[in-house]
Design a protein around this ligand. Structure first.
Ligand code: HEC
Ligand code: HEC
Length: 415
């Protein structure tokens, strides 16, 4: 993926640590050392803002409350949806994603064509990219606006509220230093840019330190079960997971991101535990709304959500956009049971019939993805056996960052 790699420049190296950040647009024409110092200062400011609850209406919630570094920047608790707002009692309707490995998410587009060296350039892969579950945010800076101003997240009424709170918390002098330099036009934009820059620090957000990365580098072997899981994950006749959650390095050696960033309708079951879903008229339709508003006229986009990376997925406590599953095994089993044993996935109505795809109104059912592992008839054998599901789960656990090879194994490799 040269498209991705080209976004990154090595800016500087300090104390033998190579720090890599995205080259900011405002850095044009500046000396390297100056760029580095500014990026570092901005990232440090962003880190403080990210962890500072004083930016919220409740005074008690920061970005880090929902995006906890110890949990791959996802929540520490197992609630499907986090509470927020001025009274910390408001709930939205989406699970909080991890903030890791977002650095190469492409800009949202309705028509995505692969870069020439990766696949067939002429194939339109459809809606792809963007941040959040429906791809509505163009950049990390633009995204930061959403939680800062959401009534069920940090609960500020206006951008000025955020600036006022930041100034009251003592950030005024530092925000003012960056304003002319970033040419953003407002202190609010300095805040969102700082948050963005913090999230571009690879050591925290995309370190590639999983067992699978060590395996790809030839430093460690996978266990038999993990190896079997990988095979099944990649096999088009079995899991076919890798058709969306890309598992092999790019031709230029870019590590696999475990997503192709596509927006797809999987029809995960309705999460009846969400207050939002107590109203039977309410549906989160992803790409066609209601959170996203620009594509509301596209019936063929209803039910589509962004394919998340599976890196660090084993550290998650809830799965899919509505957090309907609480275990990774259940999330994997969903794929092979949805069409073969739907009674194990969806609820029954008063007549005792299974309500297929119960979180998507009927008129949108044609949007649902039917490619393997989906599409088997009711009663047929699921695409994966129980031991194969276990193997996929074992494999997914190799995608967690922070792996250190056992010393004995390492020594053996070195010999
Ligand atoms: C109350 C919990 C909560 C707080 C506080 C919160 N977030 Fe989030 N975050 C979420 C949820 C839920 C989503 C998914 C939103 C959606 O899809 O509409 C999300 C999505 C994101 C994404 C997009 C991830 C992706 O996979 O595309 C980024 C980036 C992000 N948040 C950064 C931040 C920053 C920066 C802050 C602080 C300014 C913050 N968040 C505060 C819950 C929270
Ligand atoms: C057709 C594309 C596609 C295929 C094939 C696919 N996935 Fe997914 N995956 C997605 C999308 C899209 C989502 C998010 C859907 C949603 O939340 O509504 C997702 C979400 C997930 C999640 C939840 C992640 C999270 O952060 O909540 C897991 C786990 C997962 N996939 C594993 C797998 C496994 C294992 C396979 C193979 C058995 C697989 N996927 C095959 C597109 C795909």
């Amino acid at each position: 993926m040269p498209r991705v790699a080209a976004h990154f420049v090595k800016i500087c190296s300090v104390m033998s640590l190579h720090l890599v950040w995205a080259a900011p647009a405002w850095a044009q024409g500046m000396e390297r050392a100056e760029v580095f110092a500014q990026v570092k200062a901005l990232a440090a400011l962003g880190s403080e803002l990210f962890h500072d609850p004083r930016l919220s209406a409740s005074g008690k919630q920061s970005c880090a409350t929902c995006h906890n570094e110890e949990h791959a920047f996802a929540p520490a608790n197992a609630q499907a949806v986090q509470r927020g707002g001025a009274d910390l009692a408001q709930m939205g309707h989406r699970a909080t994603p991890s903030l890791k490995y977002l650095q190469s998410v492409p800009q949202f587009t309705e028509h995505f064509f692969d870069s020439e060296d990766e696949a067939d350039e002429s194939v339109d892969n459809g809606p792809t990219g963007g941040l959040t579950w429906d791809g509505r945010a163009k950049s990390l800076a633009e995204q930061a606006r959403i939680p800062l101003l959401s009534p069920f997240e940090m609960g500020n009424k206006t951008a000025q509220d955020v600036v006022d709170r930041a100034q009251k918390a003592g950030y005024a002098p530092r925000l003012k230093v960056f304003e002319p330099f970033l040419k953003t036009g407002s202190l609010f934009m300095v805040i969102t840019k700082a948050l963005e820059t913090y999230q571009q620090d690879w050591r925290k957000f995309y370190p590639y330190t999983s067992k699978y990365d060590a395996y790809l580098a030839g430093k460690v072997a996978l266990s038999k079960q993990e190896q079997r899981g990988l095979e099944v994950f990649e096999d088009p006749q079995k899991g076919n997971c890798a058709s969306c959650h890309l598992s092999q390095p790019g031709h230029d050696g870019t590590p696999p991101q475990f997503t192709d960033y596509g927006l797809i309708a999987l029809a995960v079951p309705r999460n009846t535990a969400l207050p939002y879903n107590a109203n039977p008229q309410n549906y989160d339709l992803g790409l066609c709304g209601p959170d996203r508003t620009d594509l509301a006229q596209h019936a063929d986009y209803c039910g589509l959500f962004k394919t998340p990376t599976l890196r660090n997925v084993a550290t998650r406590k809830v799965f899919f956009h509505n957090g309907v599953y609480k275990s990774l095994r259940d999330a994997v089993a969903f794929y092979v049971l949805r069409d073969t044993q739907p009674s194990r996935v969806y609820p029954k109505n008063a007549q005792g019939e299974v309500v297929l795809y119960d979180d998507l109104p009927k008129q949108y059912h044609q949007n649902i993805n039917m490619n393997p592992p989906f599409g088997h008839r009711v009663g047929n054998k699921p695409a994966l056996s129980e031991p194969e599901i276990d193997a996929v789960v074992a494999f997914l656990k190799t995608l967690t960052d922070g792996y250190t090879a056992p010393t004995a194994q390492r020594r053996q490799k070195e010999r």
